[in-house]
Design a protein around this ligand. Structure first.
Ligand code: ZN
Length: 307
């Protein structure tokens, strides 16, 4: 799934590579992709036709574009790529652009097309009417925690937020209300660089450890961003190019391979349904109640009363 760096790569491409884009026609090929107006492709198309997309922002893994019509504000377009959603930007005057069977929404401009392709069909789009707050329509925005690159994301914040929680720190990092935009890859990488095992209860970590974790997470996100994101199966930028971060990952996707620092085989374990990768030597596990087996930890994770 695209995480913060991948979504930011897409945002930059939409902002810089596409530029202001006047929508002449909208074709919704899969109604389910339209989350607002709910499943109503015709209303969505009518709302966006004639609008200009002109300013793309990112919040967590959400993309938001400002809309204008005839120079007047006309609301916003929200997009979540989820598992496999991606945009293609096509110059119809220069290239043949046959529709692939996974094409879900087409925004047609003057000789150009912004095409949304989504194999698994979990990607969503929202039209946010002018005068309405984006979070009123895109309710997932309401529960997002701070952006990792913001000053609000620091050791003191995490210490307070995770106070008393027995959720594994890896699971806590994947919670979008704790850290917006962090996903499986960068949580594993940040924990490795901070020397913290993924299954340690988040409430047991000191403010100093959490401060270091914030720093390392931000560093690895910035590194990935500078490489164009991680190359994995379904992520591509607007030109269909994969990022390069995956080739230099410390632990993610490397189970059984030697740790790049100490040579110990990287281990993997499923926490809350997500595979975690870590080096047992570089991320030592102090003895504690969490180390008595996976089942109790997993059971607690599933209880909403915790963390
Ligand atoms: Zn190691």
């Amino acid at each position: 799934m695209p995480e913060l760096p991948e979504v930011e790569v897409v945002r930059r491409a939409l902002q810089g590579g596409v530029g202001p884009f006047l929508i002449r026609h909208v074709d919704v090929l899969l109604e389910r992709t339209v989350a607002f107006p709910v499943g109503d492709g015709a209303a969505f198309a009518a709302a966006l036709t004639g609008c200009q997309l002109y300013h793309w922002q990112r919040r967590g893994k959400y993309l938001l574009s400002q809309l204008s019509r005839g120079g007047q504000p006309a609301g916003q377009l929200g997009v979540h790529l989820r598992m496999t959603g991606r945009f293609l930007f096509l110059n119809l005057e220069l290239e043949e652009a046959p529709l692939c069977p996974h094409t879900r929404v087409r925004f047609l401009g003057d000789g150009k097309e912004l095409r949304f392709v989504d194999t698994r069909t979990f990607g969503r789009m929202w039209w946010v009417p002018h005068g309405t707050g984006a979070s009123q329509v895109i309710t997932g925005l309401q529960r997002l925690g701070p952006e990792p690159f913001s000053p609000a994301f620091n050791g003191a914040y995490l210490k307070k937020r995770l106070q008393g929680s027995r959720r594994p720190i890896k699971t806590a990092l994947l919670d979008q209300s704790v850290a917006a935009g962090v996903g499986n890859i960068y949580a594993d990488e940040g924990l490795f660089l901070a020397g913290i095992p993924p299954h340690v209860p988040s409430g047991s970590l000191s403010q100093g450890q959490l401060h270091l974790l914030c720093q390392r997470l931000v560093e690895v996100l910035a590194t990935s961003l500078s490489r164009g994101g991680t190359s994995f199966r379904d992520f591509r930028d607007l030109q269909g190019i994969n990022g390069n971060y995956g080739q230099e990952a410390w632990v993610f996707g490397r189970s059984g391979q030697p740790c790049r620092r100490c040579g110990t085989p990287i281990q993997r374990r499923v926490l809350s349904g997500r595979t975690s990768h870590w080096c047992p030597n570089c991320q030592p596990m102090a003895p504690g109640p969490w180390d008595r087996g996976e089942a109790p930890v997993t059971a607690e994770v599933r209880s909403p009363a915790h963390g």
